[in-house]
Write a protein that binds this ligand. Structure first.
Ligand SMILES: O=P(O)(O)OC[C@H]1O[C@H](OP(=O)(O)OP(=O)(O)O)[C@H](O)[C@@H]1O
Ligand SMILES: O=c1cc[nH]c(=O)[nH]1
Ligand SMILES: [Mg+2]
Length: 214
């Protein structure tokens, strides 16, 4: 299946690190560190068109013209909980970015997204916004998060995830054809509970060392 609105960042380092993340025997500490490392590479691609302005500088040798990131602050919006893992990597790339949060959980029966928190910086109108979450499974969480952020009229909107699948990408393309997706891989399909196959299991649980049972 072809998803022209999706960029797969399939660098050898990303492929290697993602494979380690998938393994059942990978520890929470390693999972967390690897997600941060891969997020740097996802962010590198997702931010390729960041606007620059020219800047006059002096090196120890000469006066020259360099570049600085242009004015308006980038806004990063992780989908809680697991989006925090990608946020950490993106913030290493752009430490001055503003951060919003959207809290969503996936109802295990309906697989619909349930919102429990929303707070983003004011005046998104002329800002570039990146919504992030490791998993694009049914796509219901991403679709809901992007819908919510769009009500704040962002200047531009992108979605960064670690793993996508055809079902999630189709859902996203139907609801948000204007939003480009950046991912490390497009997996095969969903299982009957809406989990990505082969996937890596529950990203939030693996990132924070929790289990899905109460
Ligand atoms: O594409 P979808 O089918 O909506 O599934 C993806 C969502 O599921 C996971 O979150 P979860 O609901 O487990 O919340 P958590 O991060 O708090 O664990 C994941 O982090 C996404 O937000
Ligand atoms: O495979 C999946 C699907 C949804 N959420 C996850 O954390 N993993
Ligand atoms: Mg979870």
């Amino acid at each position: 299946m072809d998803f022209p609105n999706c960029t797969v960042v399939d660098h050898p380092l990303v492929k290697h690190k993602l494979t380690v993340m998938r393994r059942t025997d990978t520890s929470t500490a390693s999972f967390r560190a690897l997600l941060e490392e891969i997020s740097l590479m996802l962010g590198y691609e997702a931010l390729r068109d960041l606007k620059l302005r020219e800047e006059e500088i002096e090196t120890p040798m000469a006066r020259t013209t360099g570049w600085a990131l242009d004015g308006k602050k980038l806004v990063l919006v992780p989908i809680l909980r697991a989006g925090q893992g990608i946020l950490d990597g993106l913030l290493q790339l752009v430490p001055s970015a503003r951060v919003g949060h959207i809290g969503l959980y996936r109802d295990p029966e309906s697989l619909g997204a349930v919102e429990y928190y929303y707070r983003v910086p004011a005046n998104l109108e002329d800002r570039d916004v990146i919504v992030c979450d490791p998993m694009l499974a049914t796509g219901n969480s991403a679709v809901a998060a992007l819908q919510r952020v769009k009500r704040s009229r962002p200047g531009s909107l992108r979605f960064v995830c670690l793993l996508a699948c055809p079902e999630g990408l189709t859902n996203l393309r139907e609801h948000h054809p204007d939003v480009r997706v950046f991912t490390a891989a497009i997996d095969e399909k969903l299982d009957s509970h809406g989990y990505i196959l082969p996937g890596l299991g529950d990203a939030g649980d693996r990132l924070f060392g929790t289990k899905s049972v109460d």
